[in-house]
Design a protein around this ligand. Structure first.
Ligand SMILES: [Zn+2]
Length: 741
């Protein structure tokens, strides 16, 4: 799916509208609040909606008669109308194929969302069924016989688009009710017996709903109507959402006050708690009480000392900061939220089991640990589970183990085994610092606070190189801290220091995704640092961030990573680097250029000489544009082709929204650029006559065989927003001009 804004392609539907189309350019979403009413008369909403769909049938790839769309419901909520249609195929309902038309009471149709299924084989028709409803009901009955109370609904013959989903039955806690455990075993065995269809395949299926009690359940059993075998089993129970209070991640980070300690008053610490939703809670047990158990994490008291886990008649888990039950809430919330975050990043297959947590174990000692299945938190003075950075660190080991068994202890030499969990804790909570200057860079700043601290706190602000003496002398945790410091620096150079919050969060998502994918491509035992960095590069779709990754690790002395002998760039306030202007990348300075549009080495003159005084361009007047090309390598660059483009659309997506600035001169050749300290070579002029007053954007790209621009290596068809291009390749520069009238 892709977004299309204000494109000419679907004039009937889209002037001013926001549209999402599928790979065949058929409309999936359409949205426009500025549409006029369709009629001044009284109208029937479903007729109006159907008429609207029929008029725009071409945009959706349908025949105008809409013979296979059946109205199912019209919802009216506070005056807003929502007309729903379901697709039929030879008279059979097609599962999950809804088309929604939303309109206002005055007949303004403002949005259409389509799940219509294209390409269902004509052979899927009622006559193709080889087993009947009686058989389907028997299959469902046999499968659910362990439930003392159940109600089996009437089987319906449907077209089922087979899909991967998170709804298959799973044992959500380590000790599920006996009937549920038996059912999950039986369902899994049944599903394992038949080959799974490919995701996206259409299957003729009997759809049977089963409601159970003791325990409460809502199941959907799909039976293949041709083979008679169980096709899928879906868990349709809605799980509870509770409320709780937690540190997010810890009181030192959220207050910016490193002097807080376990001796601080409960009242002061309580103020650092945040109110949160506890999602995915299992339904209440047979005693009618909610517990902190769900699909990703569940509380168990399997280790000494013994403290009962909280159980509540209502799902409210609000405890004081020094309460023992507070620790259960911390563990539940932070693991559940992070696992949901992984889901959103696309890692549904990572850490799929519910991890059992004993928030107070280790016989009270100040240590925490995991075997990849369960996590035990210790205490010492500050309970480990009261610091979410430590919770996420331990859960990071669970993730390592699920990606690559034994890797949480097998890669101490490369710093990965402890560095990866530290990295997650450092990056994931990086937007929570109230006073970054005081707390950013401190690992487990609450658990290892200086007042209570037994050991000096680990930090992730280390400048050490991988070929330096500190690395050589470091133990597993110290190597982890150096690895985490390097990865944190990479995160900051990818936007983690952006003051623009969406950019900062995008950097977080990007670097966590890269590291997770990289972790899946290495040896669980004895992976080398070089292999890990290579896998980071490989994980980067389209190689957009490869130069920043290679530069960061070359500067850190990673084996196999050297600075390139040719590195051409346009000065943007930095001499080709990706961090601070002075190239030293101090931890306390910003490693992100907040404005990439003020590159000084792209300028315009009114006259024919580059050395003339730069001018501000005026609409309708010809000017000359110049570019200074420099080289921070060690060898002459060889030929460089300098290209200049002007933005043709506000989205500034490469390449569609950029046209040559000077059609007569799309590129200017530079025979060679000598390395620094040479002053560089000025290329130009590109002739330019800005058409209109206002802001104009010029993009400059340096193409060079010894140092290609990322635009030269993108796969065909790639579309890249300019802000995913300019900050991560010093061969690409952006210059914004205010064009006067
Ligand atoms: Zn660890």
């Amino acid at each position: 799916m892709k977004d299309v804004h204000d494109r000419e392609r679907r004039p009937s539907l889209t002037p001013g509208g926001r549209v999402v189309v599928d790979e065949a350019e058929r409309v999936r979403d359409w949205f426009d609040l500025r549409v006029p009413p369709l009629t001044a008369q009284a109208f029937a909403p479903d007729d109006l909606a159907r008429g609207f769909l029929a008029r725009h049938a071409g945009a959706f790839g349908w025949a105008p008669a809409l013979a296979d769309l059946r109205p199912t419901a019209t919802l009216e909520v506070a005056g807003a109308l929502s007309v729903r249609f379901a697709q039929e195929h030879h008279g059979l309902p097609v599962d999950a194929s809804e088309v929604i038309v939303n309109l206002r009471p005055d007949s303004r149709v403002h949005s259409v969302y389509s799940q219509y299924r294209y390409g269902i084989p004509a052979t899927l028709r009622p006559a193709a069924a080889r087993v009947d409803a009686v058989h389907a009901r028997q299959v469902a009955a046999r499968l659910t016989r362990m439930f003392a109370q159940r109600a089996i609904g009437p089987p319906r013959l449907i077209v089922y688009p087979y899909r991967e989903h998170g709804l298959r039955p799973a044992n959500r806690s380590r000790r599920p009710p006996r009937a549920r455990a038996a059912f999950v075993r039986a369902a899994r065995a049944r599903l394992a017996r038949a080959p799974r269809p490919a995701p996206g395949a259409y299957v003729l299926a009997w759809d049977v709903r089963v409601a159970t009690r003791r325990p409460l359940g809502r199941w959907r059993v799909l039976v293949d109507a041709v083979s008679g075998r169980t096709l899928d089993v879906l868990d349709e129970l809605a799980y509870a959402t509770g409320r709780g209070r937690v540190f997010d991640p810890n009181p030192i980070v959220t207050s910016g006050d490193p002097t807080l300690s376990w001796a601080t008053s409960t009242g002061t610490l309580n103020k650092q708690r945040a109110r949160v939703d506890l999602e995915n809670l299992d339904p209440p047990g047979v005693d009618g009480k909610y517990r902190l158990d769900g699909p990703w994490v569940n509380m168990e008291d399997y280790d000494l000392p013994t403290y009962a886990e909280p159980a509540r008649k209502t799902p409210r888990f609000e405890y004081g900061a020094k309460s023992r039950k507070f620790l259960d809430v911390m563990a539940y919330f932070h693991i559940d939220r992070f696992r949901r975050y992984l889901d959103a990043l696309g890692f549904q297959d990572v850490a799929t089991a519910s991890v059992a947590v004993d928030p107070q174990g280790q016989e009270g000692l100040d240590q925490s640990g995991t075997d990849g299945v369960a996590i035990t938190f210790g205490e010492g003075r500050v309970p480990d589970a009261s610091d979410a950075m430590l919770i996420l660190h331990e859960y990071g080991h669970v993730i390592q183990e699920s990606l690559l068994p034994t890797s949480s202890t097998g890669n101490h030499a490369s710093g990965l085994s402890e560095g990866f969990p530290d990295f997650l804790a450092a990056v994931y909570y990086d937007d929570k610092h109230a006073d970054p200057a005081k707390t950013r860079g401190l690992m487990f700043s609450w658990n290892s606070n200086p007042t209570d601290g037994f050991a000096p706190a680990r930090t992730y602000d280390l400048p050490h190189r991988f070929d330096g003496p500190e690395w050589a002398a470091a133990n597993a945790y110290e190597r982890g801290a150096i690895w985490c410091s390097a990865m944190f620096e990479l995160y900051r150079k990818l936007g983690g220091d952006a003051t623009h919050r969406p950019t900062k969060l995008a950097a977080r998502d990007l670097v966590i995704r890269l590291h997770l994918i990289a972790h899946a491509g290495i040896h669980p035992l004895g992976a080398t640092l070089t292999q890990v960095v290579q896998q980071l590069e490989a994980a980067d779709a389209h190689g957009l961030h490869g130069k920043v990754i290679r530069d960061t690790f070359a500067r850190r002395g990673a084996p196999g990573y050297a600075l390139p002998p040719v590195d051409v760039y346009v000065f943007d306030g930095r001499e080709g680097g990706y961090g601070t202007p002075d190239g030293r990348d101090a931890f306390t300075a910003s490693l992100w250029k907040q404005d990439v549009g003020d590159t000084p080495d792209v300028w315009v003159t009114a006259g024919a000489r580059a050395g003339d005084t730069p001018v501000a361009p005026r609409a309708g007047q010809a000017v000359n544009l110049w570019v200074r090309v420099k080289n921070r390598g060690t060898l002459g660059s060889g030929p460089v082709s300098v290209k200049a483009f002007r933005a043709t659309a506000p989205a500034m997506t490469w390449p569609a929204d950029w046209a040559p600035l000077d059609p007569a001169t799309p590129a200017l050749p530079v025979p060679d650029v000598a390395p620094l300290p040479a002053a560089g070579v000025v290329a130009g002029p590109f002739a330019w006559t800005p058409q209109a007053a206002g802001t104009a954007h010029v993009l400059v790209v340096l193409e060079c065989a010894a140092d290609p621009a990322v635009t030269e290596t993108l796969p065909a068809g790639a579309a890249v927003p300019h802000l995913d291009l300019v900050p991560f390749d010093n061969n690409v520069a952006l210059r914004r001009f205010a064009v006067a009238r």
